[in-house]
Design a protein around this ligand. Structure first.
Ligand SMILES: Nc1ncnc2c1ncn2[C@@H]1O[C@H](COP(=O)(O)OP(=O)(O)OP(=O)(O)O)[C@@H](O)[C@H]1O
Ligand SMILES: [Mg+2]
Length: 300
């Protein structure tokens, strides 16, 4: 009898332990799943005067994805990109943005940790990415400041490891030979690749690029896009890139999200973007801005 009771307790304990294990496993899974998303956006709206720059946008971007954000001028691409990191506050309301498992903003208020989130994200814009009077090398080292401390960085007290990390990053984007040149003297494409090298040494988990190739010739655009694709493939960084050139978006990104008047009107693979759908997304711009929108192919 006593043995029986003992057995029951033993089994109950074992079951409890299993339950606990299961609980821990599912909690770990939940944490991992939350961590796996680069961004989770729900019901995001942003109004400027009469303009609804974002109108109830919901979007989930996984880590490791390379996503193009397309749409006509004024459709809300830059606003969405900035809202992802709390540089634009959403309208007060239920709209919410999470990045890397952390709250960036909700209820129209940017969360205090948004700054810490931004430190884990690399930014590349159409222009003005580098400090013109500093060398390319110093600009890349700026990506290291968040990790080595401001004062050491200010006095150029870079460790050997930091220096070789920067040179390795410059090699990867193909501009190591320009390391000693002032950034202002570099071509637009070299500057963009410098910004990507900076994101590499920053060990950015996400790259946000707002029209990084808009002012570049096709060959430079290709090199910049290839550097972004490389950081996505090799380092697993999620890349979200706004583009005006559909052909570039289709060539480099497995996922395309199209905005029109602040709403997501397409979210899927490049193949789904047939001319009819593109015409409905771009409206008048499809005809009028066709050469600008469908610029020279970069894969040639
Ligand atoms: N700070 C602001 N103040 C007022 N209106 C704004 C502001 N920022 C954006 N807008 C408006 O919000 C809408 C979306 O702008 P946004 O810059 O996000 O578009 P976009 O898709 O990036 O366009 P583009 O392709 O020209 O860069 C536009 O109508 C724009 O005029
Ligand atoms: Mg824009």
């Amino acid at each position: 009898m006593r043995d029986n009771v003992k057995g029951i307790f033993h089994r109950a304990d074992a079951n409890l332990a299993l339950d606990r294990k299961e609980h821990v496993r599912s909690r770990d899974l939940q944490i991992r799943m939350a961590e796996s998303a680069a961004f989770i956006v729900t019901g995001a709206s942003r109004t400027f005067g009469q303009t609804k720059a974002l109108n109830d946008v919901s979007l989930r971007v996984e880590r490791g994805e390379m996503t193009a954000l397309i749409g006509p001028s004024g459709s809300g691409k830059s606003t969405l990109l900035r809202a992802l990191v709390g540089l634009v506050a959403l309208d007060a309301g239920p709209g919410r943005v999470e990045a890397l498992g952390l709250l960036v903003q909700t209820g129209g208020k940017v969360a205090p940790q948004a700054r810490a989130v931004r430190a884990r994200i690399g930014f590349i814009f159409q222009k003005f990415n580098l400090v013109g009077r500093l060398t390319l090398f110093s600009n890349v080292m700026i990506g290291r400041l968040g990790r080595i401390g401001f004062w050491r960085g200010l006095f150029g007290l870079w460790s050997h490891a930091d220096r070789s990390l920067a040179m390795h990053a410059l090699h990867r984007v193909g501009i190591a030979e320009q390391a000693g040149q002032r950034a202002a003297n570099l071509s637009g494409g070299q500057q963009q690749r410098g910004a990507i090298a900076r994101a590499l040494v920053q060990q950015a988990e996400i790259i946000l690029a707002d029209e990084p190739v808009a002012s570049l010739d096709p060959a430079s655009a290709r090199r910049v896009m290839e550097a972004l694709a490389d950081i996505n493939r090799e380092d697993g960084a999620a890349v979200v890139v706004t583009l005006h050139q559909i052909d570039i978006a289709k060539h480099y990104c497995r996922r395309i999200v199209a905005l029109s008047a602040g709403r997501i009107v397409y979210d899927g693979p490049p193949d789904g973007l047939d001319p009819e759908r593109l015409r409905s997304i771009y409206g008048a711009e499809y005809q009028d801005a066709a050469p600008a929108v469908f610029g020279a192919p970069v894969s040639a």
